[in-house]
Write a protein that binds this ligand. Structure first.
Ligand SMILES: Nc1ncnc2c1ncn2[C@@H]1O[C@H](COP(=O)(O)OP(=O)(O)OP(=O)(O)O)[C@@H](O)[C@H]1O
Ligand SMILES: O=C(O)[C@H](O)COP(=O)(O)O
Length: 403
């Protein structure tokens, strides 16, 4: 992969450079609750702007349905990006329409603009090659060069990630270079015991990585929304908790294989449950019940691991040589369900091993809950992306950057 330093050396002054970033940050209304992903890509943008390029930044935010949706606008991100860069960042209210064309045309050398959410256009995520290609063509007409630096999205075969770099001379940004450098070490040489902690809400996306992790890890601790499909597979009632019913046979197979291979597979022994999803805006008290993980009432959902599980997971991290953690242990955005995630974060800090936290929300959780991000070995901006990288899969957004 070409680096951006090589790109800069070849002369980028006056060139329009499309930077595919992952600015999918957590928002409460229009307030950014964690700007880690913006700060992570800012050095790449600053470097290109300092070299005199006209920088066109683009990203997705959330999962809108292929049409404009104000709840997923990147407008607040343009403001924050400008503050971080210490310069004005203009904002195009569309991706390839009149606003984008005019905003790009108005860019002076060294200036930066941010396009509106790429996923407001159905072509971005389409499974149809022609539809994705047509959107990539439209994006390509805005720029002369492409820099891929949205590590959190490199596992997506999306127009701006996969198809666009095939249409423009391209390079990998500094964030991607750093992420790949650290994660590669985890695929080559891990100090044992290697403990993997999995949680979060993207259960269908991430359950499959366990297949691979069973060959690599010594211990797998499961929490968050990920735990309930396993609990159900073991025959327990999980009420209205997050559940991936079609994955139950796979979960049973994973449990059996873990036992056969001597991989410790640890599930919650107690959980906090409620009939209602918590109020994340007003943060009114949730008053959850604490129940054993084999006694979840039929009308309630599990929203955090309980105190016995916190202690158990901390003990399983205490002697780790390497830890990879993706996915919060509960709905950490509400204080009544943040303790499981806090305990795991503390467990990583207390362990003697090399610790990697991966994922937009996982990394945000660490910072929002008051931990020092520099105390961890590495905080990755990618959750699904880092898991698939560790799995050894070919990631579309990395493959597309190769020469
Ligand atoms: N038991 C649960 N039920 C419902 N949601 C949960 C539960 N536990 C955690 N979550 C939610 O999971 C979300 C984060 O999951 P996610 O899989 O997106 O992790 P991530 O770190 O952001 O990784 P990625 O970068 O791949 O998105 C949080 O918003 C949190 O509230
Ligand atoms: O948060 C993430 O993992 C990335 O931004 C990718 O988002 P996606 O899972 O909606 O593709």
């Amino acid at each position: 992969m070409k680096t951006i330093d090589e790109l800069v050396q070849s002369g980028v002054e006056g060139k329009r450079i499309f930077v595919r970033a992952d600015l999918n940050v957590p928002l409460e209304g229009t307030t950014i609750t964690d700007d880690g992903r913006i700060r992570a890509v800012a050095p790449t943008i600053a470097k290109l702007a300092a070299a005199g390029a006209k920088v066109i930044v683009a990203s997705h935010l959330g999962r809108p349905k292929g049409a404009p949706d104000p709840a997923f606008s990147l407008a607040p991100v343009a403001v924050r990006l400008g503050e971080i860069l210490g310069k004005d960042v203009s904002f195009a209210t569309d991706t390839v329409g009149d606003s984008a064309k005019a905003t790009v045309a108005a860019l002076g050398d060294g200036e930066v603009t941010l396009l509106e959410n790429l996923r407001f256009n159905a072509g971005e995520t389409s499974k149809d090659d022609a539809e994705r290609g047509a959107f990539a063509d439209a994006l390509a007409s805005l720029a002369d060069l492409y820099v891929g630096d949205g590590f959190g999205a490199v596992h997506r075969k999306h127009a701006s990630v996969f198809d666009l770099p095939a249409r423009l001379p391209h390079a990998a940004g500094d964030l991607i270079a750093t992420e790949v450098g650290v994660l590669r070490k985890l695929t080559e040489d891990v100090k044992r015991p290697y403990v993997v902690v999995l949680g979060g809400a993207k259960v269908s996306d991430k359950l499959g990585v366990i297949d691979h992790l069973l060959e690599k890890a010594d211990r797998i601790l499961v929490g968050g929304g990920m735990a309930y499909t396993f609990l159900k597979a073991k025959g327990h009632e999980v009420g209205i908790s997050l559940l991936q019913e079609d994955q139950i046979p796979a979960c049973l197979e994973y449990l059996a294989r873990a036992e056969k291979r001597g991989v410790e597979f640890v599930l919650p022994v107690d959980v906090l449950v409620s009939a209602d999803f918590p109020d994340l805006k007003g943060k009114t008290p949730a008053n959850p019940d604490l129940v054993a993980s084999d006694a979840i009432p039929a009308d309630k959902e599990g929203l955090d691991i309980g105190p016995k599980t916190r202690e158990l997971y901390a003990s399983k991290l205490a002697d780790a040589g390497t830890v990879f953690w993706n996915g919060p242990m509960g709905v950490f955005e509400h204080p009544d369900y943040a303790n499981g995630t806090k305990a795991v974060a503390q467990g990583l800090l207390d362990s003697p091993g090399f610790t990697v936290v991966g994922g937009g929300d996982s990394a945000a959780a660490v910072r929002i809950l008051g931990f020092d991000e520099n105390a961890f070995g590495h905080i990755s901006t990618g959750g699904g992306a880092s898991l698939e990288y560790l799995e050894g899969k070919t990631l579309p957004g990395l493959a597309a950057l190769e020469d």
